[in-house]
Ligand binder design. Structure first.
Ligand SMILES: [Zn+2]
Length: 131
């Protein structure tokens, strides 16, 4: 079976992060050797913004510590600290959105629409990303 570009592109993030098995790596190498489009996609991934999954909880941890240590008192200094963390998260969100071809307005509007739809369908509580 010939491996399609779509399959290769599913594998490229693992390949780029050096997390693919030896067999996968060999398969991707072979494909890249003869496919310029996928090679370009790989280069884009390699240059891409690293997704800082560890950033968001940092601001939440500051909030948690205030609740634990400061008896829920948000001083001006603490608020300013959290605001700076939110700024970092926002910057990463803006960069990631841009890289994916969305504006932050589109991301925000999609989220508002999603939450409104859940509310109308009485699905605001519970779990799952696609309620
Ligand atoms: Zn390809």
């Amino acid at each position: 079976m010939k491996i399609s570009c779509n399959i290769i592109r599913d594998l490229l993030p693992l390949y780029a992060e050096d997390l693919a098995s030896e067999d996968t790596r060999a398969l991707v190498d072979e494909h890249l050797h003869e496919c310029e489009d996928c090679t370009n996609v790989l280069n884009t991934i390699k240059q891409g913004t690293p997704v800082p999954v560890e950033r968001a909880p940092e601001s939440l941890n500051k909030v948690k510590k205030i609740i634990r240590d400061n008896h829920k008192e948000f001083t001006a200094e603490k608020k300013a600290e959290i605001m700076k963390e939110i700024g970092d998260v926002l910057w990463y969100c803006a960069t990631l959105s841009h890289d994916l071809g969305y504006t932050l307005d589109e991301v925000a509007q999609t989220n508002v629409d999603k939450l409104r739809s859940r509310m109308e369908r009485q699905k605001i509580t519970g779990s799952g990303d696609n309620r």
